[in-house]
Design a protein around this ligand. Structure first.
Ligand SMILES: CC(C)(COP(=O)(O)OP(=O)(O)OC[C@H]1O[C@@H](n2cnc3c(N)ncnc32)[C@H](O)[C@@H]1OP(=O)(O)O)[C@@H](O)C(=O)NCCC(=O)NCCS
Length: 170
C-alpha cells in the first residue's frame, strides 16, 4: 500500500507521540516533538499515512549556521520516525523527500540533520564538516549531515549550527 504524506493536524498529536516513542524505544523524542510543537516557530511537521493509519512522522525546525543574524535560511530535520511495524516500506524515504520539498517551498536554502550517513546519502545529504559546518564541536562530525536546497549557498556560510533550545538540551 502506498503512503500519503500530509501536514500534521491536532488529531495526529497522540499518534505521533506514540510513533516516536516506539521508533526510538524511549520517550525523549516523543516529548521533544510535543515541546517543539508548542515553542518552535515556523516548524514543518508532516505525517505519513497508510490507509487510515498514521505510520510515520518528520519534523523540521529552523536552525542557524554561524552568526545567527547572518545565517542562510536553514532547517534542521529531527526527529524522523516510522512505526516499527511499517518500517522498510519506503515511508521514511517519502517523509524525507516530501519534507525537503516542503522546506524548499518555505524558502529554506539548506537542511541539516544528525543521522545515519548511509541512510541520508540517498537524499543528497553529505558530511557537514566538508562544508565547514559543525554541531557542538567535532564530536558529531561523522553523523552531522547537510544538504543545499539552493546550490552554492554554503560557499558563503560556515560555522556552528544552533538548533532550537529544546533540541540543544536533549
Ligand atoms: C530510520 C527510519 C526512519 C527509516 O524509515 P523506513 O520507513 O524504515 O525507511 P525506508 O523504507 O524509506 O528505507 C529503508 C532503507 O533504509 C535503510 N535504513 C533504515 N535504517 C537505517 C539506518 N539506521 N542506517 C542505514 N540505513 C538504514 C534500510 O536498510 C533500507 O535500505 P534499502 O532501501 O537499501 O533496503 C526508521 O527505521 C526509524 O524510524 N528508525 C528508528 C528511529 C530512527 O533511527 N530515526 C532516524 C534518526 S537518524
Amino acid at each position: 500500500m502506498d503512503c500519503i504524506i500530509r501536514p500534521e493536524t491536532p488529531d495526529d498529536y497522540a499518534r505521533v507521540h506514540e510513533i516516536n516513542k516506539l521508533a526510538f524505544e524511549t520517550d525523549s523524542e516523543a516529548v521533544l516533538v510535543d515541546g517543539l510543537r508548542q515553542e518552535a516557530q515556523n516548524a514543518i511537521s508532516l505525517v505519513a499515512t497508510m490507509g487510515d493509519d498514521v505510520v510515520g512522522h518528520v519534523l523540521f525546525t529552523p536552525v542557524s549556521i554561524g552568526d545567527t543574524n547572518a545565517s542562510p535560511a536553514t532547517m534542521g530535520l529531527a526527529p524522523l520516525a516510522v512505526h516499527p511495524e511499517f518500517q522498510d516500506h519506503g515511508v521514511g524515504g517519502e517523509l524525507v523527500k516530501q519534507g525537503l520539498d516542503a522546506c524548499a517551498a518555505a524558502a529554506a536554502e539548506v537542511v541539516v540533520t544528525l543521522g545515519h550517513p548511509e541512510y541520508y546519502a540517498r537524499f543528497g545529504f553529505t558530511p557537514a564538516v566538508e562544508e565547514g559546518v559543525s554541531y557542538v564541536g567535532s564530536d558529531y562530525d561523522s553523523f552531522f549531515l547537510i544538504k543545499e536546497l539552493v546550490p552554492g549557498t554554503l560557499e558563503f556560510f560556515q560555522g556552528e549550527v544552533k538548533y532550537h533550545r529544546l533540541i540543544e538540551e536533549l
